[in-house]
Design a binder for this molecule. Structure first.
Ligand SMILES: [Zn+2]
Length: 707
């Protein structure tokens, strides 16, 4: 993927991607309600990685590439910091990948070609990762994976799962206890040399909470009868059932548990993965009956085939086979790279396919205005799951497949939440292709794809019902108008009441003072504070107002650059609609994408109505670039490490207000480095160059002194 972006565009896009990916992570992992396919999600992650590779100094602290799974979303469950981080696994998709993995391990350990590298192999269950902490054999805490470092406390919920013992069984160890036997397993379980089931003082068992296929089907049937939430698949059902505020709900859901490893442990009483898993089984915690020990890649692949063969008959969904280096001293030497261990890999099953009829193509409008075509199918079973919808991704994908309603198609499901079409079996020609809509089905605004982009987007951002609440939340957010007390919940509440249709309505809320007071949770003081905070923004900063409108490609920095040049919003509007693009593109950091987005925005009558309505309520003064007489004027500042009281964006904005420039990397031109905890190479470089380094508190003092 070629990256043809200016630095400002790259920074903007990375910000947008971080937000988008976090949003989808939350929907997938925390709310169990994904709204895009895995393929679309992967495309976002790849785009982020490609931009980061081209602009390494712009990598954000909250970069999606630094996270495992989702960050813990706002949740009624309290948070738990994992003593030992919960990692994710790298994936292998082919036999060659597996052979490479074994060869890599051998190289890393500097073993001779003929040395045996024993590995365990077990089915990878599609569940929700969970860590169970036992102290002196007693279950004291259960936590979800969360972002790998911080999860959610589900101790009370887990207590309702019959598979999970409250107290470990200190049985005399007799090898193979609790283990099934697989006929073609190359190495049937062997008794451990250690003969007792001694339990360490602290031992965290890690594994998956899951739901069987049958229990899942029955749960959905009950949910449907009761008008409740229907789950997309057993994984989502298990996650949704475990992450309940009320353990009573969890208790009513048929959850199971399967251990696959461990985290923090005061002692590990075995020398191999295999023996340790047998011991965990002997303590009374279920371990996969398909766990085997193999001595080379060929045996791993043989075991993989046997599990793949048994897959359809298994009572639960699995999506691959996990291999782990058996010797624990080797695991320790191999260690971790980024967020995955070097000593393990997940060998994924190929996607499952089925043939059916595409009955219709519906267009869904996402919160960002993206028009996503969804294929409605004659329901068909793929890999044990009934599929009736597929994502068609975008306009280009429909053209590539040449699909129209009525066509026979091959669909594929690869552990995907939303399956996709991989082949069109009806390809007679000539015929008229499917016409992708050029208007938004929700608000009838024009829908356009920008130059070089495949996604078609609704241009009616501020009036489009699909986008409105998100736009309003953006409008009042800290980097935009920054209206204190008008949070996401309040926006949702007022929107549902029909009080907030567009940004201008925020400034008309004062007429609803008594109505707001009549609502639960509002007191005189909180209402007055909210209305005062709104009134305080009657003369808002023009650049923040422009940024708040959420015009594509017009980020906070671009908004300021535009206003520096045009001074008033009316001048900017005039330049954007007069067709003289040079006036705009002559500004540093303003490229054709910005010009096109502004043109599209002001081309849409709905947007102009919203714009004029808003400007009848607020009067942003002409934009003046403050050149404060501060000690910082003209200086270059670099922020590094974690900032605790503000975001990186806020810190940069402060620097700009002081007349300083915020740079991404340390060089001889840098005047000052503000370093928080965890600052690394930039701090080192600053020391080498003899550049002044201060902490966040000292920076705050400078900002305060400048007023
Ligand atoms: Zn729309």
């Amino acid at each position: 993927m070629g990256i043809d972006l200016s630095e400002a565009e790259a920074a903007n896009e990375l910000m947008r991607l971080a937000r988008q990916i976090a949003h989808h992570n939350r929907l997938y992992h925390a709310e169990d309600a994904p709204e895009i396919s895995d393929a679309d999600y992967d495309a976002l992650v790849r785009r982020n990685a490609a931009i980061e590779a081209a602009f390494p100094h712009l990598v954000r602290d909250d970069s999606p590439s630094r996270l495992v799974g989702h960050e813990v979303a706002a949740s009624p469950l309290s948070k738990v910091t994992h003593e030992v981080r919960m990692m994710s696994l790298d994936n292998a998709f082919s036999d060659a990948d597996v052979e490479d993995f074994v060869a890599r391990v051998r190289r890393y350990l500097n073993l001779p070609e003929d040395a045996e590298v024993a590995m365990t192999a077990e089915d990878k269950i599609d569940g929700l990762s969970c860590s169970l902490r036992y102290e002196h054999g007693q279950l004291v805490r259960a936590a979800t994976r969360g972002d790998g470092q911080v999860g959610e406390d589900v101790t009370a919920n887990v207590a309702t799962i019959a598979d999970i013992p409250q107290v470990l069984k200190p049985l005399p160890f007799r090898g193979g206890v609790g283990m099934g036997h697989l006929a073609d397993c190359p190495h049937p379980p062997t008794p451990s040399p250690q003969g007792e089931g001694g339990i360490p003082d602290v031992f965290e068992v890690r594994g998956e909470v899951y739901m069987s296929k049958q229990d899942f089907a029955e749960l959905n049937a009950r949910q449907e009868a009761a008008g409740g939430k229907i789950f997309a698949n057993p994984r989502n059902a298990a996650a949704g059932s475990l992450r309940q505020k009320d353990p009573g709900v969890t208790a009513s859901r048929p959850l199971r548990f399967l251990a696959h490893g461990w985290g923090a442990a005061s002692a590990v009483p075995e020398a191999t993965q295999f023996a340790m898993m047998q011991r965990i089984a002997a303590w009374g915690i279920p371990v996969s009956p398909l766990l085997a020990r193999c001595s080379d890649a060929a045996q791993l692949l043989q075991h993989y085939r046997s599990i793949e063969h048994a897959r359809a008959e298994l009572p639960f969904d699995i999506d691959g086979v996990v291999y782990k280096v058996d010797r624990l001293d080797w695991q320790e030497r191999l260690g971790f790279v980024a967020k995955a261990p070097r000593w393990a890999i997940a060998h994924k099953f190929p996607a499952e396919r089925a043939e059916t009829t595409l009955e219709a193509i519906d267009i869904q409008v996402g919160r960002t205005g993206k028009l996503t075509p969804v294929g409605r199918l004659t329901p068909v079973t793929v890999g044990g799951v009934v599929v009736s919808n597929v994502t068609l991704h975008n306009r280009d994908e429909i053209a590539r497949l040449g699909v129209r309603p009525g066509d026979r198609v091959v669909i594929q499901r690869a552990g995907d939440v939303i399956p996709q079409v991989v082949e069109n079996l009806t390809r007679e020609s000539p015929r008229d292709p499917y016409h992708f809509p050029d208007h938004c089905p929700e608000c009838q605004s024009e829908a356009v794809a920008e130059e070089g982009e495949v996604d078609v987007r609704c241009t009616g951002g501020l009036i489009c019902p699909a986008q409105r609440t998100e736009r309003l939340k953006h409008f009042v957010s800290r980097a935009a108008l920054d209206i204190e007390g008008l949070g996401e919940k309040t926006i949702d509440e007022f929107f549902a009441l029909g009080w907030l249709e567009s940004p201008a309505d925020i400034f008309r809320l004062r007429k609803r003072r008594s109505e707001i007071l009549g609502r639960e949770g509002w007191k005189e003081k909180s209402v007055d504070n909210l209305l005062a905070a709104i009134e305080a923004k009657r003369a808002p900063d023009a650049a923040r107002l422009l940024f708040g409108l959420g015009i594509r490609h017009v980020g906070a920095v671009t908004a300021r650059d535009l206003l520096k040049r045009f001074v008033t919003l009316e001048e900017l509007r005039h330049a954007s609609t007069s067709g003289e693009a040079e006036a705009l593109t002559s500004i540093d950091g303003v490229g054709p994408a910005v010009v096109e987005a502004l043109g599209d925005f002001f081309h849409e009558p709905h947007n102009i109505a919203v714009w004029e309505d808003l400007l009848s309520e607020v009067t942003p003064p002409p934009y003046v670039v403050e050149t404060k007489d501060s000690a910082m004027a003209g200086k270059t500042v670099v922020f590094t490490g974690a900032l605790e009281t503000m975001s990186r964006d806020e810190a940069k904005a402060q620097a700009e207000r002081l007349g300083a420039r915020a740079a991404g990397s340390v060089s001889a031109k840098t005047d000052l480095v503000v370093a928080g905890p965890g600052a690394g190479s930039k701090l080192k470089k600053a020391a080498e160059l003899g550049i002044e380094v201060i902490d966040e508190a000292a920076w705050a003092a400078i900002v305060k002194a400048a007023g």
